[in-house]
Design a binder for this molecule. Structure first.
Ligand code: PDD
Length: 285
């Protein structure tokens, strides 16, 4: 069951117009909320990021945070499974014609679409995963969680073709992020990750990993990271709501560090898993 424009229905009954601006132009934004034991994690933060994305594309938010929270909780309740990825999509709706400027008086399309939460397999956790890299050819507003996901589609397909789980991106010699994740490097026991700005998505998992590192007194620097640092790192990890903290052990065919999941990745993942068990599953955030 999902939610579309005011009603809850089965996926096969959820129809939108072929002229929806989401289809024609990718004119919309989205969110992904991980749900553990039916408790949405950091719902307020996800709704705030959705609001920021909507504001950035001048699309009025169709719902208050309270209304969104009620809809999300109802969608969660309607599923047969406890751990979920809940996708929120808002497009600029169906104007009945194909014209680029904003249409007047058109209702946005709102879709809340859940699926079972798939986190990395125990094998991926234990052995790490491989990644490729590519120039970051996206636009200059990567802080907006835009429905224009063609770069992500192309880069993730390229990664998949090479048996890799992610594609890291560099812009002007600096690390930006993964195609659908944030990226952390470790050198000599110090973690570093790029600061939040218009070049990366402000990840909710990124925030949590930084919080956990600081809470446990692990050295952590938020600062620009060069491509050379990434290529010479002792450890590399990606973070996202679905990937959690996942070690990258090979980049472009070269081993990262000694080619195994490093001690810092294991440690931070342990903090993350403890937090998930005691806080997220308990619905405390
Ligand atoms: N992607 N950067 C990009 C470009 C992303 O698409 C994502 C998440 C992240 C991590 O954000 P968070 O920690 O809030 O999940 C960073 C989601 C999982 C997706 O598009 O499916």
């Amino acid at each position: 069951m999902l939610y579309l424009n005011g009603r809850f229905c089965r996926a096969e009954d959820a129809m939108i117009s072929a002229l929806d601006r989401g289809c024609l132009f990718g004119d919309g934004v989205y969110e992904v909320i991980p749900v553990y034991s039916r408790n949405p994690f950091r719902l307020d933060e996800h709704l705030a990021r959705l609001d920021a994305s909507l504001a950035a594309i001048s699309l009025p938010n169709p719902h208050t945070p309270l209304q969104w929270a009620e809809l999300v909780r109802e969608v969660i309740r309607l599923q047969a499974y406890d751990d979920q990825s809940v996708y929120l999509h808002v497009t600029r709706g169906n104007a009945g014609e194909r014209d680029f400027p904003f249409p007047a008086g058109v209702a946005p399309t709102v879709l809340i679409n859940p699926s079972p939460l798939v986190t990395p397999s125990p094998e991926a956790k234990a052995k790490g995963v491989r990644a490729i890299s590519h120039a970051d050819f996206r636009w200059l507003r990567c802080d907006i969680k835009s429905l224009n996901l063609l770069p992500t589609v192309l880069l993730r397909e390229a990664a998949k073709q090479q048996g890799c789980a992610e594609c890291l991106m560099f812009r002007d010699g600096m690390l930006s992020e993964g195609a659908a994740s944030n990226v952390f490097v470790v050198k000599q026991g110090v973690i570093a990750c790029p600061p939040k700005n218009h070049l990366i998505l402000p990840g909710i998992t990124y925030d949590l990993v930084i919080e956990l590192a600081r809470q446990h007194g692990v050295p952590m620097e938020v600062r620009p990271v060069t491509e050379a640092e990434v290529r010479n790192a002792d450890e590399l990890w990606m973070t996202s709501s679905t990937r959690e903290v996942l070690a990258i052990v090979e980049l472009d065919g070269q081993a990262v560090g000694d080619g195994c999941v490093g001690p810092m990745a294991r440690q931070l993942d342990q903090y993350y898993q403890d937090f998930k068990r005691t806080v997220m599953r308990a619905g405390k955030e």
